[in-house]
Design a protein around this ligand. Structure first.
Ligand SMILES: [Mn+2]
Length: 427
């Protein structure tokens, strides 16, 4: 299914008067603060978020999976679904592939499909956290950290193959997330496991093309419950530093223990020029994979404040960041879930862009926490939704993407095309 420009135009036409009214009100507010809406619209329009290929089907908790129907049955259909999201939002102009769940059979054809929909290939993701059919060795007790040379070699080889696939597609980065760890004290020699992981990553790094980046993701627990080899940002930073200048830390919002100050991690990594990318999601307890902004939108805003500050004060020479959603739950229609996540990310970004950073700096220098809070929350409580709508309107996307998605009957159409019981690959 493809969404026609005329379908979006007629959706927008119905909402135009109401939109113009609310946008004029916001514009007047921002004008009084000396902020230029054109500039903010321009910045928002350039923020493109990669959609992971595994988020397009109904995800699951560990207990069950409930199909929404019409799920994409192959990579081409997944890219078509991202095309739908991109047509509605002008915010989802990239896909992040998971290998081996989504190995393209015909690279040229997939590239053509993606290009026709305005979709670029973002980071490719390796998978050594589960065994694949016909694989010689098992990752039950780890992959890049494994005590057995042959198993480590197999995992290294897989990552090199993923880089090759990515090269063919035009990707420029690989994300490595390891499930490696121990569920019981004494199971691992903690230092030995880390050392072997470092040595393995260095070998993979040597196969990285010059214009590529390697992102190293961390996670404090799950699927292992006593220790994970790359448990926190510090360990990731240590490994990235050991590998070299093309290796970076990747922050996944769900991969932190409750109450971790993630915005401080962002500030620290950007100071060192070592923040490579972001996996957005939301959670209350752990790696809950909930819709971005569903639980802690204020935290998301605080994180974006540090990102914007880091981009505006880039003394650490941090490269442009890779933005990706990494969430997949089992209740919502996955496309609706992604539309909401895209909106939440852009909203937090827009709020951070209207922060009075000079006033905040003055309050900080004056040691005035009350004033600092007023300034922060003034930005956070500015309703930037009309500006997001304006950015979409100017780019031919839908003023209200979720409403348009429902009014156009996209899911019903996908079910008619693909059937009710399809299952997305990898799920
Ligand atoms: Mn992730």
């Amino acid at each position: 299914m493809k969404i026609d420009q005329s379908q979006i135009a007629s959706h927008n036409q119905q909402l135009l008067d109401r939109h113009r009214e609310s946008f004029a009100f916001l514009q007047a507010q921002l004008d009084r603060k000396g902020l230029h809406t054109d500039e903010i619209v321009r910045k928002l329009s350039t923020l493109q978020i990669a959609i992971p290929s595994w988020a397009l089907g109904a995800g699951g908790t560990r207990f069950g999976r409930f199909s929404t129907g019409g799920e994409p049955g192959n990579l081409e259909q997944k890219i078509e679904d991202i095309g739908l999201l991109h047509a509605l939002t002008n915010a989802a102009g990239a896909v992040s592939l998971h290998i081996p769940w989504d190995i393209p059979e015909d690279v040229a054809a997939i590239k053509e499909t993606a290009a026709s929909l305005g979709i670029a290939f973002d980071a490719v993701n390796s998978n050594t956290f589960q065994d694949q059919h016909g694989q010689a060795h098992s990752y039950k007790f780890g992959s890049l950290c494994h005590s057995n040379d042959a198993i480590r070699d197999q995992a290294i080889r897989h990552n090199i193959d993923v880089i090759e696939t990515g090269k063919a597609l035009g990707s420029k980065s690989i994300t490595v997330w390891l499930a490696d760890g121990a569920s019981f004290p004494g199971q691992h020699n903690l230092r030995g496991a880390l050392q072997r992981t470092m040595d393995s990553l260095k070998i993979i790094y040597r196969h990285l093309p010059d214009d590529w980046k390697m992102f190293i993701e961390y996670k404090p627990y799950e699927p292992n419950f006593y220790s994970t080899v790359i448990q926190d940002w510090g360990t990731s930073y240590l490994l990235a530093t050991a590998c070299g200048e093309k290796a970076y830390t990747l922050v996944d919002l769900g991969h932190h223990l409750p109450n971790t100050n993630i915005e401080q991690i962002v500030a620290t990594l950007m100071m060192q020029g070592k923040l490579g990318g972001f996996h957005f999601n939301d959670s209350k307890y752990g790696d809950d994979d909930l819709t971005v902004g569903a639980i802690k939108p204020y935290q998301l805003f605080l994180i974006f404040n540090e990102l914007v500050y880091g981009m505006n004060n880039n003394t650490g020479k941090n490269p442009p960041l890779a933005w990706m959603i990494d969430a997949s739950h089992n209740l919502k229609d996955p496309l609706e879930d992604l539309l909401q996540s895209l909106e939440a990310i852009r909203l937090a970004y827009a709020q951070a862009l209207v922060l009075d950073s000079k006033a905040l700096e003055a309050a900080q220098m004056d040691n005035d926490p009350a004033q600092a809070q007023e300034i922060l929350q003034d930005a956070y409580r500015t309703d930037m939704r009309p500006l997001l709508q304006e950015a979409r309107l100017q780019n031919g996307a839908a003023i209200e993407p979720l409403a348009a998605y429902r009014n156009l009957g996209v899911r019903d159409q996908l079910i008619r095309e693909r059937g009710k019981s399809t299952i997305a690959t990898g799920l």
